[in-house]
Design a protein around this ligand. Structure first.
Ligand SMILES: [Zn+2]
Length: 488
């Protein structure tokens, strides 16, 4: 039972794990690196295996950092089946079409810049893929995975279970003649969100587990709501804008649902809410479609014909031109826009027009890679460069980790509490965070190892001394950066 990780190994983004089980090769997730140029240039690396030789691909969920390089895999020769749950297939279509559009737009912009600098067109890297590649990819999706039902994938028994992270998200029980393995995908935060809690897993021999938040505990939900409400009231008092950079899937719906609840309860004033993210609007439609999957209060509201994601003051902003017009809008208002780490998208022009004003509140509800624009703001930068201009950071910056869609340390330990005595392999975390989690696992009698990048490991083998591969230098775990979502 061997595994090589080509993403989300010693980092939080780009999930891609190659399992070799007997003579079968199965790729679990095929994600994009997100969160600043240094990480994102890894998307251009060639695959360190022949895509045509894979027997199958399984997707745990539809976040871009778990599906974003799938069209590239297809472009480079993969033509087999891609297994996932039906909601994951639906969301993957939205996510991948948006990704292709951004790729092509980014390429055209880089080309214009390069030409003005007198460079040759060939110096600009082409888009990773285009819309035609997405359609070829979507044709390979087999949305046959159902929670609790065993499916045979390339001759291997695979049982998906509810992971509680986003709509359709699964963790996988993989049974081979060598042993039983759990691949966690991303696990949900049991205290917040719209998803039912993850299903307690069975006893296994090895676990590959995400560790985004493995060194911390989320604030209780009541405190999170209090902090969020206070930031909203403060903006109304100072007549300022409230900017919420938001990922389109799950976080946007959680924020809309929370805003509606707070407004209906009279906890916060009914100020305008602008949803400035066409992708979030499309993703919300899938939450309607698969409403039976959601927590009872949301499911029942949907069955009763209500829209739990629509505060009475909601305005959907379809076009970029309308988005630009918001810059002239006077008075307090909530603007939700992508992308979540502020490295691109409509949030950038809102930041440019509002970040320098002390009356603005910037509410950060998701993971910010330290190298991203969001990461720099959270770390206390006094000025940041946005769309070619230096902008002073005078806004009040709130980081509210309780909205995270990711498990915290307590959730991760609860997940592992029913798995017996497996060998635990840590992925999808910053190295410093994982290094703090290894001794916590040891305290529970579990052998934990940091999964190395690219290196082949025997998941049932002895692992590493002190939980880390030889020669690994461990940086201190960052504590001052809002964390939640690996990339998306
Ligand atoms: Zn995720």
């Amino acid at each position: 039972m061997q595994m090589q990780s080509f993403g989300a190994a010693m980092t939080v983004t780009g999930s891609m794990h190659l399992l070799t089980l007997g003579n079968k090769k199965i790729l679990v997730d095929c994600g994009m690196f997100q969160g600043g140029d240094d990480l994102e240039k890894r998307n251009y690396e060639t695959f360190p295996f022949d895509p045509a030789e894979l027997d199958a691909v399984i997707l745990t969920h539809a976040h871009l950092d778990h599906v974003g390089r799938l069209p590239l895999l297809v472009k480079r020769g993969f033509g087999g089946a891609v297994y996932c749950t039906p909601p994951t297939a639906a969301l993957a279509e939205t996510v991948l079409l948006d990704s292709a559009r951004l790729q092509v737009e980014g390429y055209k912009q880089d080309l214009r810049h390069a030409r003005r600098q007198g460079k040759a067109d060939e110096e600009v890297p082409p888009p990773l893929y285009e819309e035609a590649d997405i359609h070829r990819t979507l044709a390979l999706l087999r949305p046959r995975l159902e929670f609790g039902k065993t499916e045979t994938v390339a001759g291997i028994r695979v049982t998906p279970q509810r992971a509680g992270h986003i709509l359709g998200s699964a963790y996988l029980l993989i049974e081979s003649p060598d042993g039983r393995l759990l691949m966690s995908g991303d696990l949900g935060n049991r205290e917040s969100g719209l998803q039912l809690d993850f299903t307690p897993p069975p006893v296994v021999d090895a676990v590959v587990i995400e560790t985004t938040y493995a060194n911390r505990t989320h604030k209780p939900w009541a405190a999170t709501l209090g902090e969020f409400s206070e930031a909203l009231r403060d903006s109304v008092r100072s007549n300022g804008k409230i900017l919420i950079p938001s990922f389109a899937i799950e976080r946007a719906q959680v924020i809309l649902y929370t805003l509606k609840g707070l407004m209906d309860a009279g906890e916060v004033p009914r100020i305008p809410v602008f949803l400035d993210s066409p992708m979030a609007t499309r993703a919300t439609n899938e939450y309607f479609e698969y409403g039976d999957e959601l927590i009872p209060q949301v499911r029942d509201a949907l069955r009763g014909g209500e829209d739990p994601f629509r505060p009475s003051t909601l305005h959907v902003v379809p076009t970029s031109a309308e988005s630009q017009r918001l810059n002239k809008y006077d008075g307090p208002a909530i603007i939700m826009a992508g992308n979540g780490m502020m490295t691109g998208g409509r949030i950038q022009h809102h930041l440019k027009h509002n970040l320098w004003k002390p009356s603005t509140n910037l509410i950060i509800v998701s993971y910010q890679s330290p190298t991203s624009l969001g990461g720099k703001i959270v770390a206390g930068a006094e000025s940041v460069r946005i769309m070619g201009e230096d902008i002073a950071v005078r806004a009040k910056v709130h980081t509210i980790g309780g909205f995270s869609a990711h498990a915290d340390q307590d959730d991760l330990l609860a997940f592992l509490s029913t798995t017996g005595n497996p060998h635990v392999w840590l992925v999808h975390g910053e190295v410093g965070v994982m290094a703090e989690f290894v001794p916590v696992l040891a305290g529970k009698g579990l052998k934990g190892d940091i999964m190395p990048d690219h290196q082949t490991v025997d998941l049932l083998g002895p692992g590493f001394k002190d939980g880390k591969p030889d020669g690994l230098v461990i940086p201190a775990a960052p504590r001052d950066v809002a964390k939640a979502e690996g990339g998306e």
